[in-house]
Design a binder for this molecule. Structure first.
Ligand code: HMG
Ligand code: MG
Length: 302
């Protein structure tokens, strides 16, 4: 298959990126980050999650953040909803898309959302139905599609099984996530091929954490099998609180730099994206995890 000529990026930094931060990030900073991302040309932003504040305190300001965003009509704002309680709380915030999230490994499912894969699907089914009845799009995140922090390697069959369940309950598109970043290109391609049994390539997003430095290679491997939707975090923020030691998503700056270098369109202004990353890194008092951002900032300074 030929490599796509255009790629759609969902920046998940405000959600996946910030959910793991120990220091409280005030709602106004999260809102400013979203504004900067949309100013940089992002057309999809994963803003927050309507999960239990006891489990993930950083996302407790979900409604405030959603209410504070000056929305652009051509940007899709998504939020995570693990159950009906979360969906009902999210409704008032008028998300364009909700995300139900399951895992291809049972152990991770238990640690992350306190139930088995099958129970999670039972829980999501009415949420998916209610969202679709309300005209809200539905995405399904599939965690641990190559490796699990508790079970080790995850088979493509487990990924196909989960993708099939997601399809059955009416999920419209899915994320193939390498939650702990242990995946390498051929394994990621096998997870995508397993997902292709149930979803068209246009409805598959790559979501690669960069813990082992493989995320950009995995992105290229996914492009080679036709995937053209990707999730990444500005400044490479983040990690999942229930995947110990796992670091952030691949930095959006890295993905955009690589794609533009390959002549692939993203609609994103890399300079403005670097500014957005600098804004949040400054707030967190740390250097960006993006090497591209660091290089560009050094060049500007010099
Ligand atoms: P539970 O304890 O089994 O739920 O948690 P429960 O239904 O028994 O309820 C217990 C308490 O939680 C009750 O409160 C509920 O009201 C409350 P209490 O009576 O004790 O005061 N509760 C809620 N509060 C607010 N919003 C809700 C909600 N639901 C229940 N929606 C639950 C189950 C799913 C809620 C919990 O396990 C949870 O919130 N987990 C958070 C998981 C999470 O956010 N993980 C990170 C995101 S996933 C991720 O990062 C992976 C991804 O990036 C892809 C990848 O990289 O792999 C997407
Ligand atoms: Mg993630």
């Amino acid at each position: 298959m030929s490599i796509p000529s255009r790629v759609q990026i969902i920046d998940v930094g405000p959600r996946d990126g910030l959910q793991n931060e120990k220091q409280p990030v005030p709602a106004h900073v999260k809102i400013e980050l979203v504004h900067r991302l949309q100013a940089a040309g992002l057309k999809e932003i994963e803003v927050t999650s309507f999960v239990s504040p006891k489990w993930v305190p950083q996302m407790a300001d979900n409604a405030e953040v959603m209410a504070g965003i000056q929305r652009a009509s051509d940007v899709r704002y998504s939020v995570l909803t693990p159950n009906m309680q979360g969906f009902q709380a999210a409704l008032a915030s008028r998300p364009d898309e909700i995300v139900v999230f399951a895992a291809a490994s049972q152990a991770f499912s238990q640690k992350n959302i306190n139930c088995s894969i099958e129970e999670s699907i039972e829980r999501f089914a009415p949420v998916v139905q209610a969202a679709r009845d309300a005209g809200i799009a539905v995405r399904g995140a599939m965690s641990c599609t190559v490796g699990c922090p508790y079970e080790g390697e995850v088979s493509p069959e487990s990924v196909a099984y989960l993708a099939g369940l997601m399809k059955q309950i009416g999920v419209q598109r899915v994320d193939v996530a390498d939650t702990i970043g242990t995946g390498t290109p051929l394994k990621v391609q096998r997870a995508i091929e397993a997902t292709l049994k149930h979803f068209d390539v246009a409805n598959i997003c790559g979501h690669f954490h960069d813990t082992y430095g493989q995320a950009l290679a995995n992105t290229l491997a996914a492009l080679q099998v036709g995937v053209w939707n990707f999730q990444s975090s500005v400044a490479g923020l983040g990690g999942c609180p229930y995947a110990k030691g796992a670091t952030g998503n691949v930095a959006t700056e890295e993905v955009v730099y690589m794609l533009h270098g390959m002549g692939i369109e993203t609609g994103i202004d890399l300079d403005k994206l670097v500014d957005a990353g600098a804004f949040i890194s400054d707030f967190l008092s740390r250097k960006s995890n993006s090497r591209v951002a660091t290089a560009i900032l050094n060049k500007r300074a010099g």
